[in-house]
Structure formats: structure tokens, C-alpha cells
Design a protein around this ligand. Sequence first.
Ligand SMILES: *[C@@H]1O[C@H](CO)[C@@H](O)[C@H](O)[C@H]1NC(C)=O
Ligand SMILES: *[C@@H]1O[C@H](CO)[C@@H](O)[C@H](O)[C@H]1NC(C)=O
Length: 340
Amino acid sequence: MWRYTFTFLSLACATGVAYLVPILPESITLPLPHRLVLQYAEPTWLENIAVRSNGDLLVTGFQPDAPLFIISDPASLAPKSKLLHPFGAVKSLTGITEVSDDLFVVVGGNFSGITPMPESFSAWSIDFRHHQEPTIEFITSLPKVIFPNGLTSPEGSQDVVLIADSTLGAIWNLNIQTGEYDIAVNVPELAAPSGASNGFGVNGVKTHGDFLYWTNSAEAAIYRIKIMPDGYPVEGAEAEMVARADAPFLDDFTIDTKGTIWATTNTDNRLLAIGPSGQTVTVAGAATEMTVAGDTAVAFGRGMKDKHILYVSTSGAINNPVNGTLVEGGKVVAIDTKCY
Ligand SMILES: *[C@@H]1O[C@H](CO)[C@@H](O)[C@H](O)[C@H]1NC(C)=O
Ligand SMILES: *[C@@H]1O[C@H](CO)[C@@H](O)[C@H](O)[C@H]1NC(C)=O
């Protein structure tokens, strides 16, 4: 019985391709189908991506300036991008997350190349709750944070943002009502190991159920720790490794409803799917391909038609040119995960 069920699903998945081939239940056709949503001028390093409940994408820029773009109708044949806010006081944006329904927080500051400038970082709220056009407000400067990178928010909280600090190897807890922030998680698994080829420890952070997950870039590993709704670890909780990828780097990631982790590798231009038992599959891109060149972050669609579409932001490989020389403008790519 299950066999027929799978066959049916496979055929449903295969519609739209030019010919049908029998697909075994265990087999998945790779790479997954992909489509360009939008590409920006070169050089544009897109850094992170969040999705509104109406399906619009919010995309942050890391170089050469600090734009916040909004992309409407990303699943359509004619997606539209608009510069929502230029954030002229800083040169780079990094993470973005939704804290409560239609209230987002973004962090930015200044870098020299990819080296963070001390005491240059701040957090802002992007509030869509009252008007079509969002209200953008300064929350606080973050002078103690060395390299704010990925952001997330605990599922049970309306006002807490967790901020990955890639250089310090810690996760900060920011209360957006009071502007107060302190270190929430400080375990060795957040730091780049000594002697690592790059100094990036924790990079992406995501809450999922009772756990806070993160990538450790230099280790290409994913860890998690049990947290409380206020974002601090449960007393006595320890970090546990979820997976270690065969990659030189892991950037940001997301976790789907089945528990599959979708992670970007950035420096070698691949998108990975990591199963619950840690097995890692390259589902799009390759070290020598431009498909998701310099992929930085991922987020699933939230519109009517795109809940199975994974949106990938890219840097255009400007920091690590493909084959040593090839770069392009940063882009958003849609990956169809329906058949995975
Ligand atoms: C960041 O860079 C901008 C643009 O160069 C500059 O105006 C601003 O003062 C810098 N901010 C900080 C906090 O260093
Ligand atoms: C990079 O080089 C490899 C090996 O020569 C080649 O197969 C590949 O097509 C190149 N990539 C691009 C994007 O041109």
C-alpha cells in the first residue's frame, strides 16, 4: 500500500517535467528544481532573509551598502523588489528575524571587508502591524556585541531577540522593549576552534520547538541546546551536536516541519539538506557552479502557493569567487523542495 502511495506522490512531483521516469520511493532527483526570483546589480551581497505572513520576502544587504529590500509575489513570474529602507547610518545589515506577528528586528553596523568595526552595531524594529508601510525605529546600539550575525526569536516570546556573535562565540539576548541585552548562551560549541582556518564560530541561529539550533561555521557543525521561552538555556542544559557537514563552512539555515535542516555553505556555493540522523545531501549548487554562488541564508515561503519553496539569498560569491574569478550580483533563488 505504501508503495502505491509513494508512486502517486512521485508522479505528482514529476508533473511539469518533459518526461516521466519511474522514481523509486527512496530516490530523489537532484539537484532540486530551482528558479531565479530576482538578481541585483553587482556587487550586492545579500545576507539574510525573513518572510512576512503575507508571503513577502524581507532581504538584508551586507555590501556595498545596507539596504532592506522587500520582494512581493516571490512565487509569481513577476516578483517585485522595492528598497524598503536604506539604513544610511550603517554600511552593512546582517541578521533579520520576526519577533511577533509582522514585527521584525534587523541588526547592522560597519565592517572593513568582513571584519566588524568595534562599537558600530545597532538594532532596529521594522513594524508592519499598523500601516501598509512599516514603521522603522531604532531600538538600541549594541556596543558589547563584536560581530552580530544571525538572529532568531524564541517561539513563546514577543520581545526577545537572540543574536549570534560570530567572533565572541556567544549568543546575546536582546529585549526589544527595554533595549537591554546580555549573554544568553556561552558554551565552547559557539566558538571557532583554535587553529580553525577562519574565525567564525556561531553564525546562523534558529529556534525550533524547545531548542535553539546554530551553525558553527568554522566547524561546519550544527548544535542545539534546550532553552526556555525567555531565550535563556534550561538550567543544566548542554549543547549537543546535531550534525557535522562535509563542507569548509556553514552559513545560515532553517528547519522545516519534518525536522530537515536546510543549510547554506556560502564559500563553496552549495545548499545542503541535513536529515534527522545527521546525513547530509547537496541539493543545489556546487563549488564550481553559480546556481547559489555565495549562498548566505534560506527561508521557506509563507504565501498561498510557496510553502514548499525555499528561498536562498546569495552574495554573488564576491568574497570567494567561483573558480577563483567568477562573481555576480547577489540574488534570491527559489528551490522547489516538494519532492524531497
Ligand atoms: C558607519 O559608517 C558610516 C558610513 O561611512 C558612518 O557615517 C558612521 O559614522 C559609521 N558608524 C559607526 C558607528 O562607526
Ligand atoms: C569552473 O571550472 C570548472 C572546471 O574547469 C568548470 O567545469 C565549470 O564550468 C566552471 N564554472 C563556471 C561557472 O564557469
